[in-house]
Design a binder for this molecule. Structure first.
Ligand code: KIV
Ligand code: ZN
Length: 558
């Protein structure tokens, strides 16, 4: 029996009676630290080469990240070389701190300082594993043994820093696997480390609390963070950082709740690359803040460049539904969504607060275009189809024709089984409505107003033209009467609408008509220089369809 939930145990809830974080709201961005070049890189099938690392580093700097973990130089020669390159070629801006990870082992700490030699300012990030499972099954050490590793590591970090007095050092400690560590023990280890570093005496210290593995729901992580903030020594002198992973799919949620619970700093990667299901996604969290009116303090407006660079460096493609970044996240296929978006966008004025149904943020803020918002497939309705024709071809359809034409588009989309682009939609509209049947093009018309209404003389056709004479209340009725006489049909005009067209189009007017001809419905549309010509042509085209359909039927019978 392979799929058996009884193999698992629930995470023990944190006993807490003074929970405050649920009532808090995030009001400003945390300090961000991008760990793409370390945690992200460690998770790649093919780790980045030095050019890819440089490219990603430059992007992170450009976006505004001020703390960037550049690698694990004591564990990897390429990471060591990259670190040296950044420092020796002076590629780190003055306001950016580079960070290097090391295990709490003497030779690795020494090598980390060698890698960072000459840096203006840097963060030495030392870690050891503290969870029950790691203690008992991996290290075979008791609490005191694990605490000892952390304390000794902290001492070595402090002592080596003294050998490089020209660098402005920040020390960072992570009790790795913190989420699986008993809270009282986590406090014991952390206090042991900070007792060595003495942040109260001026040493800058970051305490990073990793959800190395996400083991419970995000509220549990928030409880853990709040508990630590309330109970550790030197809290007011520490920057509390969180580093979440996404094993349960809640990496961003956990980081957000952790900030509500007191965290000052968040580590993550662009688009969430990282071990297993990834690190906390910096783009998502920053954009979540942005969408609440909070300055994220990083500039993500060039999303296309972010995606291109991350994909080129990680060789991982971005999911089309990836929050904020995916190709389809600002696209609506569903008819009712399209309708709502179209209505909201058309009411919106420049400078208004953003309040558009189905679009939590303005796509233009990320360099995306409204043109991509409405796309058509078989799920789309009249609103979307009308929107596309209006947006791309300046053609506004009356409601009755929107409904009718949407069915044509839906049938086509169902047949094709996928998306149908704006060009094809226009082609369908042309085929079914605009195209003038051969021999039916309006050439001239002459209208005379009489006491009985309008008398019309209409000439149409190619080469040999036909002349029709009719009378009615208006030009259309007069033409209808003439056509009834000529073709022996009964015409009832059910609907007609005419529009002036915008500048930049060759025609000035468009008309749409729906007529019952001998009890059958025929619709047509026409473009012309003036509205009367457009109306007359639309009726001619509708009748032409009936006449030609009848001719085909007769031929078939004959
Ligand atoms: O996930 C983790 O615990 C880490 C630490 C080294 C911070 O990446
Ligand atoms: Zn990690």
């Amino acid at each position: 029996m392979a799929f058996d939930h009884r193999k698992y145990r629930p995470f023990t809830p944190i006993r807490k009676t003074d929970r405050r974080w649920p009532d808090r709201v995030i009001e400003r961005a945390p300090t961000w630290c991008a760990v793409d070049l370390r945690d992200g890189n460690q998770a790649l099938v093919k780790p980045m080469n030095i050019h890819q690392k440089q490219r990603l580093f430059d992007l992170l700097v450009k976006l505004g990240f001020k703390q960037i973990e550049i690698g694990f130089p004591s564990a990897s020669q390429p990471d060591f070389d990259f670190c040296r390159k950044l420092i020796e070629e002076d590629r780190v801006p003055e306001d950016v701190q580079i960070q290097a990870l090391t295990q709490a082992r003497p030779e690795l700490i020494a090598r980390t300082y060698e890698a960072l030699k000459g840096a203006r300012k840097a963060i030495v990030h030392v870690y050891n594993s503290t969870s029950t499972v790691q203690r008992e099954q991996v290290f075979n050490l008791d609490r005191a043994g694990i605490c000892d590793i952390a304390r000794k590591g902290a001492e070595m970090v402090r002592d080596h820093a003294r050998d490089y007095p020209d660098t402005d050092w920040t020390f960072q400690y992570s009790p790795e696997s913190f989420t699986g560590t008993e809270l009282d023990f986590a406090k014991e280890v952390v206090d042991a480390v900070t007792d060595v570093w003495r942040p109260d005496q001026g040493q800058k210290v970051i305490l990073n609390l990793p959800a190395t593995v996400e083991m419970a729901s995000p509220n549990v992580f928030a409880d853990q963070i709040e508990w630590i903030c309330d109970n550790i020594n030197y809290r007011e002198h520490l920057s509390i950082s969180v580093h979440t992973h996404n094993d349960r799919g809640c990496g961003v949620a956990a980081a957000e709740l952790a900030v509500m619970a007191g965290a000052d700093r968040v580590e993550g990667t662009l688009l969430g690359n990282g071990e297993r299901t990834g690190n906390m996604d910096l783009v998502t969290m920053a954009m979540n803040l942005y969408s609440q009116g909070i300055d994220p303090e990083v500039d993500l407006s060039g999303m296309a460049e972010i995606i291109e660079t991350v994909e080129a460096c990680t060789e991982i493609s971005t999911h089309p539904r990836h929050a904020y970044a995916g190709e389809l996240v600002f696209t609506a296929f569903s008819g009712s969504h399209q309708d709502a978006i179209r209505k909201c966008l058309s009411r919106r004025k420049d400078g208004d607060v953003w309040n558009v149904a189905y679009l939590p943020i303005d796509p233009r803020d990320l360099g995306r275009r409204y043109e991509e918002v409405v796309r058509i497939n078989s799920q789309s309705g009249k609103g979307g189809v009308a929107h596309v024709l209006e947006r791309d071809y300046d053609i506004s359809l009356p409601r009755w024709l929107q409904i009718e034409f949407a069915r044509v588009v839906q049938k086509e989309a169902e047949g094709e089984g996928g998306e149908i682009d704006s060009f094809s939609i226009h082609k369908l509209f042309d085929r079914d409505y605009l195209q003038v049947p051969k021999g039916w093009r309006l050439r001239t018309y002459d209208l005379h107003r009489t006491d009985a209404g309008v008398q019309a003389r209409i000439e149409f056709g190619n080469g040999t033209s036909s002349v029709l004479n009719g009378q009615g209340q208006g030009a259309l009725e007069a033409l209808a009467e003439a056509l009834e006489k000529r073709y022996g049909v009964k015409i009832v005009i059910e609907a007609y609408d005419e529009f002036a067209l915008g500048e930049g189009t060759s025609a000035n007017a468009m008309a749409c008509i729906r007529a019952q001809i001998d009890g059958e419905l025929y619709s047509a549309a026409a473009l012309a220089e003036d509205t009367t010509s457009a109306n007359l042509q639309a009726l001619l085209s509708a009748v032409a369809r009936k006449v030609e359909a009848a001719a085909v039927d007769t031929a078939a019978v004959g």
